[in-house]
Design a protein around this ligand. Structure first.
Ligand code: NAD
Length: 443
């Protein structure tokens, strides 16, 4: 099939590349000229494991192309995906200006029947708005389908090529046939393609993300209570995660969720509830808990240094909102860095993939280390913000030579408590006892 993908970010680029991999002819369109130039020169502007192999193969074989020209991009396309940003507007609702602008532009450009697919996360009723907008300029028949994307950054290619399920909202038999044909190679193991109406498909995406955010915030509250009653949240996680009704995933306590999806989607769903005069209490609590959780470590760090961080150097491991991505949107690390700077601390950071994005944002307000160990040089403490596997088994002897004090504030519970006792660190983590080095008294 001939496809167009409008918006070539994390979702659009993965969608375009993966559909090229299943034999389709794909043109990706983006207004960002620099991004398109890079892509045309074989440079992938984001970090996403496994994407390079597919990207290289499909660009080399001519199935995957990039342009800034919408008319050229959609020429002959049977399916046109909209993978555009839906950032939060001032009132918390999803801002549809990118989607509606492209829908407006698309109308007069359509030359034959096409299925226009909302892949962006959009509030209930958006498919109708897109349909109305395209109708204003279209001379040909078309369908608008809601096909929310569930890929996770960091494992996006795998998620896309082997989705747990595909949700498609449409009432058009013609569009159903096209979408079934397109997704068939990705669901050969029998994972379902679930058809429903457009509104239910739009709501399904928000319900999924909000539910996962609830799970995270629930465990964070359990962790906070564990600290007060002297229990260990990791044991609780193992104890409840083995219950098949609960499941093992999304039960890790930490310094809150970030990223480009959960914060904005929970907020947008709360706004949908408010607009429909429904008091969605759980969502309000989830947002409160997460905001509180993100700033949980700073008071501990301050207390440790007797309330004064002026002139202290804090090393930070991990900037991305989660491992295996360079995405720093709403990353807890950013908020914490800004808070540390406002307390007068100096900050040195290391992340395997996200340093450039942070440099573009914070410039020379902080120091960027070339390796995880270099970040520790002469630092007063280490703070862990992202659980990259690299940080899990460091050489503590090497760390001891670099850090001024053996103290770690771990926002992701990367280490076992016994291990920290053994290496003699003061170790603060989430929902577990604080480890203090044993004081050896001389006889
Ligand atoms: N990132 C994720 O993990 C993820 C997962 C599932 C769903 N989503 C949803 O998918 C959508 C896209 O997310 P993303 O992370 O890929 O965003 P992104 O910001 O990485 O990419 C969006 C792209 O659209 C381009 N764009 C903006 N206006 C355009 C226009 N008029 N014409 C062509 N291109 C234009 C931008 O330049 C950018 O490259 C959002 O609604 C998001 O909520 C994201």
């Amino acid at each position: 099939m001939k496809l167009a993908v409008i918006g070539t970010g994390y979702v659009g680029l993965v969608t375009g590349t993966c559909f090229a991999e299943t034999g389709n002819q794909v043109t990706c369109v983006d207004i960002d000229e620099r991004k398109v130039e890079k892509l045309n020169n074989g440079i992938i502007p984001i970090y996403e494991p496994g994407l390079d192999v597919l990207f290289n193969r499909n660009t080399a074989e001519g199935r995957l192309k990039f342009t800034t020209n919408l008319a050229e991009g959609i020429e002959g396309a049977e399916v046109i995906f909209l993978a555009l940003p839906t950032p939060p507007g001032e009132d918390g609702s999803a801002d549809l200006k990118y989607i509606l602008k492209v829908a407006d532009d698309l109308g007069p450009l359509l030359k034959q029947y096409a299925v226009v697919v909302d892949k962006s996360t959009v509030p209930v009723g958006t498919a109708e708005k897109v349909r109305n907008m395209i109708s204003k300029g279209a001379q040909v028949d078309f369908d608008v389908v809601s096909n929310p994307e569930f890929l996770r950054e960091g494992v996006a290619v795998e998620d896309f090529m082997k989705p747990d399920r595909v949700v498609i909202g449409t009432q058009s038999e013609k569009a159903k046939t096209v979408m079934n044909k397109l997704y068939a190679p990705l669901v050969r193991q029998g994972n379902p393609v679930i058809f429903m109406d457009e509104r239910s498909a739009e709501m399904t995406k928000y319900a999924a993300n909000a539910f996962l955010a609830v799970k995270i915030s629930f465990m964070n509250e359990i962790a906070n209570l564990c600290e007060k009653v002297g229990a260990n949240v990791d044991d609780i996680r193992r104890g409840i995660g083995t219950d098949s009704r609960i499941g093992k995933r999304f039960l890790f306590a930490g310094i809150g969720y970030g990223g480009s999806c959960f914060p904005k989607d929970v907020q947008a769903l709360a706004k949908t509830a408010q607009d429909n005069a429904y008091d969605f209490k759980i969502l309000k609590s989830v947002m409160d808990v997460n905001a509180q959780q993100k700033s949980k470590l700073l008071p501990l760090i301050k207390d440790h240094f007797d309330g004064n961080l002026k002139g202290k150097t804090i090393a930070i491991w991990g900037l991305a909102f989660k491992p295996y991505t360079d995405d720093i949107r709403e990353a807890p690390a950013l908020e914490n860095i800004r808070a540390l700077l406002s307390e007068g601390a100096k900050v040195t950071v290391y992340d395997p993939e996200a340093m450039e994005n942070v440099r573009n944002l914070l410039g020379n307000q902080i120091t960027y280390a070339h390796t995880s160990y270099a970040a520790l040089d002469d630092a007063d403490a280490l703070v862990i913000m992202t659980e990259w596997p690299l940080f899990r088994t460091p050489d503590f002897n090497k760390m001891n030579l670099l850090l001024k004090n053996k103290v770690i504030f771990d926002g992701r519970n990367v280490y076992e408590l016994d291990q920290m006792k053994e290496v003699g660190y003061t170790y603060y983590s989430i929902g577990r006892e604080t480890v203090m080095p044993e004081v050896h008294q001389s006889a």
